[in-house]
Design a protein. Structure first.
Length: 130
């Protein structure tokens, strides 16, 4: 199961990824004495585009074989069977195990995907209680 990002999240990343190189190019072409700092715009823009492509391909969370993985440069994994507490506070959903915690930003998650995640977490919590 894949828990997806909101479309607005991707839209903002794409705008930054395209906007910074365009801004750098415009500043480079319009300035009589271009500075080395204009290359920073290109660098930030390409980093934003790279982040956009990585997150678009991987999405936010992946659940396979009872393991929840938060996709990032260094992915964080947590077993659903090890969750002992779920706390929802200030736009975050925090999953606690005996040794670790995983914070999920609810504002980044697509509504339909979040409903699936909540249902899955409730089912795993109910199985633990029985």
């Amino acid at each position: 199961m894949i828990i997806r990002y909101k479309k607005n999240y991707f839209r903002s990343k794409l705008i930054l990824g395209i906007g910074f190189p365009v801004l750098g190019l415009a500043a480079f072409l319009l300035d009589d004495n271009p500075s080395i700092f204009f290359y920073g715009y290109f660098f930030i823009g390409f980093l934003s585009l790279g982040t956009f492509l990585f997150e678009w391909k991987k999405q936010y969370l992946k659940i396979e074989s009872g393991v929840l993985t938060k996709n990032s440069l260094f992915p964080k994994k947590i077993n659903l069977s090890d969750i002992i507490q779920i706390k929802k506070f200030a736009g975050d959903l925090t999953l606690f195990t005996a040794t670790d915690k995983l914070v999920i930003n609810i504002d980044w998650v697509d509504k339909d995907s979040f409903k699936e995640l909540e249902l899955l977490l409730q089912n795993s919590a109910l199985k633990k209680q029985v």
